[in-house]
Unconditional design. Structure first.
Length: 76
C-alpha cells in the first residue's frame, strides 16, 4: 500500500472490506477541536504565521499582498 495519502490505499482495499474498515479506523486524520492544525490561512492554506486579529485568518505572507486592499497602511 502507498503511504503518501491515506485515501490512495482504498483502491487496493476495496476487495477486502474488513481490512478497509480497520484501516479507516486507525489511519483517518483526527477532527481537531483546538490547536495549530485547526486554523489555516484562507488564501494559501498554511498553518504558519497566522494573523487572526479582526477575523482575518490569513498568514503574514498573504497579508503583505492584500493589506492595501483591506485598508491597512504601512508605517515607516
Amino acid at each position: 500500500m502507498t503511504s503518501s495519502n491515506w485515501n490512495k490505499a482504498f483502491t487496493q482495499l476495496n476487495a477486502k472490506p474488513v481490512k478497509k474498515a480497520k484501516y479507516i479506523k486507525h489511519n483517518q486524520p483526527k477532527k481537531r477541536s483546538c490547536g495549530r492544525a485547526r486554523t489555516r490561512c484562507k488564501i494559501t492554506g498554511t498553518h504558519r504565521g497566522l494573523i487572526r486579529k479582526y477575523g482575518l485568518d490569513i498568514c503574514r505572507h498573504a497579508f503583505r499582498e492584500v493589506a492595501k486592499e483591506l485598508g491597512f497602511k504601512k508605517l515607516n
